[in-house]
Design a binder for this molecule. Structure first.
Ligand SMILES: NC(=O)c1ccc[n+]([C@@H]2O[C@H](COP(=O)([O-])OP(=O)(O)OC[C@H]3O[C@@H](n4cnc5c(N)ncnc54)[C@H](OP(=O)(O)O)[C@@H]3O)[C@@H](O)[C@H]2O)c1
Length: 288
């Protein structure tokens, strides 16, 4: 990898991508961001916005031309559309870092009887990348701490969190840790063919997460249990029904079997993963 590589980042306006492009620019890389609307992307100074769309492989190919490495995420588009995009990227760039999900893909390869649409599309893209001949690294994120920003409007309005599965126990990960791992995989050697499982350092139930957000904002919060049916009715307003069911099934399972902690953040970056309490302090302004 060159001292000042050229990198293409997809999803640069999203939770992980925003953190990633800041890090890559600070490290001196030339950063291109594939965005659907450069006028509203609001990227950090020095990042070049390239108009493109993951549903249009020709725009992805043009953006990837001459890049040393590409950060790819797949925002729940149909899997059929991914083959031409992976092809467009790997024809032009030798290295791809894919933001996947920690949902046991290796085991799932052998378990076609347990359909879960989110895990399935990540596993499908991992397969495409393995077969592409490019140098790949999978950054398999655990649940993002940022998912709990969905609670922010209710917390700001009433100091309450209404959510299902109070005992679902998660090792939620700070987006900056995903970005740190991805930045190293993009810009340093030794990560080819590796699948990193990127989680937070502690396992916390829904109720504990609510308490910690309250501590971060200096105001105790109230938790109100929601039924699965109520939660599903809310989720299907913004997600396909099978995705909503997949998320709720996963939370039901987390009450029976808590998520576990991975030490891959420390192995890759040399320092422990950020805690959920740290994440809550970093985002306290969103909940006040
Ligand atoms: N949330 C979790 O707990 C979790 C856990 C593990 C893995 N993941 C995976 O992480 C990924 C999402 O990452 P994130 O949360 O950082 O993203 P995000 O905040 O959901 O933002 C989505 C990004 O994708 C871009 N995008 C959407 N449709 C596009 C299109 N057709 N063409 C080009 N860009 C498009 C958006 O750009 P615009 O500005 O154009 O809208 C935005 O930058 C998903 O694949 C998800 O499965 C999530």
């Amino acid at each position: 990898m060159h001292a000042q590589p050229t990198l293409l980042v997809t999803g640069a306006t999203g939770t992980v991508g925003r953190s990633l492009v800041r890090r890559l620019r600070a490290g001196g890389a030339a950063v291109r961001a594939l965005v659907r609307d450069p006028a509203t992307a609001d990227l950090p100074a020095g990042v070049t916005a390239v108009r493109g769309d993951l549903t249009d492989p020709a725009t992805v190919a043009a953006a990837a031309e001459g890049a040393d490495a590409v950060f790819l995420l797949w925002p729940a588009l149909p899997l059929d559309a991914a083959g031409p995009v992976v092809d467009a990227i790997t024809r032009h760039a030798p290295r791809v870092v894919y933001l996947s999900a920690d949902s046991g893909q290796d085991a799932r390869e052998a378990d076609a009887d347990a359909p879960d649409p989110i895990s399935d599309f990540h596993a499908g893209i991992e397969r495409l990348l393995r077969a592409s001949g490019a140098e790949w690294t999978f950054v398999r994120g655990g649940g993002f701490a940022g998912n709990v920003l969905a609670w922010a409007p209710e917390i700001r309005a009433t100091g309450t969190v209404t959510a299902p599965y109070p005992k679902a126990a998660r090792s939620l990960v700070h987006e900056d840790d995903i970005a740190d791992v991805a930045a190293l995989a993009l810009t340093t050697d030794g990560h080819a063919g590796r699948a990193y499982r990127v989680t937070g350092p502690d396992v916390l139930t829904t109720v504990e997460q609510v308490r910690i957000i309250g501590e971060a904002i200096g105001r105790p919060l109230r938790y109100v249990e929601q039924t699965r049916e109520q939660a599903r009715a809310e989720l299907v307003r913004s997600l396909p029904a099978d995705f909503a069911d997949g998320i709720l099934d996963a939370h039901a399972e987390m009450e029976r079997t808590p998520e576990t902690v991975s030490h891959d953040v420390e192995a890759v970056t040399g320092r422990p993963a950020r805690t959920f309490a740290q994440w809550a302090r970093d985002h306290a302004g969103d909940f006040r």
